[in-house]
Design a protein around this ligand. Structure first.
Ligand code: ZN
Length: 179
């Protein structure tokens, strides 16, 4: 199976030593300092993110990358720090795949919160993301299926073909894998 459409969830974790082989830094604005692994994505997702952000820029949409790749160990650390039921256990976070990116904007002070969905940046992400291969991975109304609260800021690269398909028929990646 293509790694780009792989399901990573509590039921389908990654191994602790999984690190994508082709992590690279996309040329998009980030909040994290240079050198921070948060600025990394797998090569194909990085390329797609650059195209998506360029399109946004042309439309005066002010997107910022907040968090891309996250290692198993870093996820374990976050779990120890927060102890929230919504935080994925280590191995179960999509960020370990290097295919997920959290996005925000200056209007929201670069926070990751639900109100992002009603900003022009949040709307752009939902409407244009699929054309570049990205889906809103944890949509509103699908919480029981994904096991996650609504996260309008978290996009996942799944290739253009699959992203368009899923968004057109309103299917989550979890449901796709159950077909
Ligand atoms: Zn995320």
């Amino acid at each position: 199976m293509s790694p780009y459409i792989q399901l990573v969830s509590r039921a389908c974790p990654l191994s602790p030593d999984y690190v994508p082989s082709d992590l690279t830094e996309p040329d998009i604005p980030f909040r994290a300092s240079p050198g921070d692994p948060k600025r990394l994505l797998r090569a194909q997702a990085a390329c797609a993110a650059e195209e998506l952000f360029r399109r946004a820029h042309r439309m005066q949409i002010d997107l910022y990358g907040i968090s891309g790749y996250r290692s198993y160990d870093r996820q374990a650390e976050i779990c120890r720090e927060t102890q929230s039921a919504y935080v994925a256990p280590p191995g179960c976070s999509e960020h370990q795949t290097g295919l997920a990116l959290d996005v925000s904007c200056p209007d929201l002070n670069f926070e990751l919160e639900e109100s992002f969905a009603s900003t022009k940046e949040g709307k752009f992400l939902e409407n244009y993301g699929p054309m570049y291969g990205f889906i809103i991975r944890y949509p509103k109304g699908k919480e029981k299926i994904t096991g996650y609260a609504w996260e309008p800021w978290h996009i996942r690269y799944v290739t253009k073909t699959l992203a368009l398909y899923l968004s057109l028929i309103n299917l989550t990646l979890d449901e796709y894998h159950q077909l």
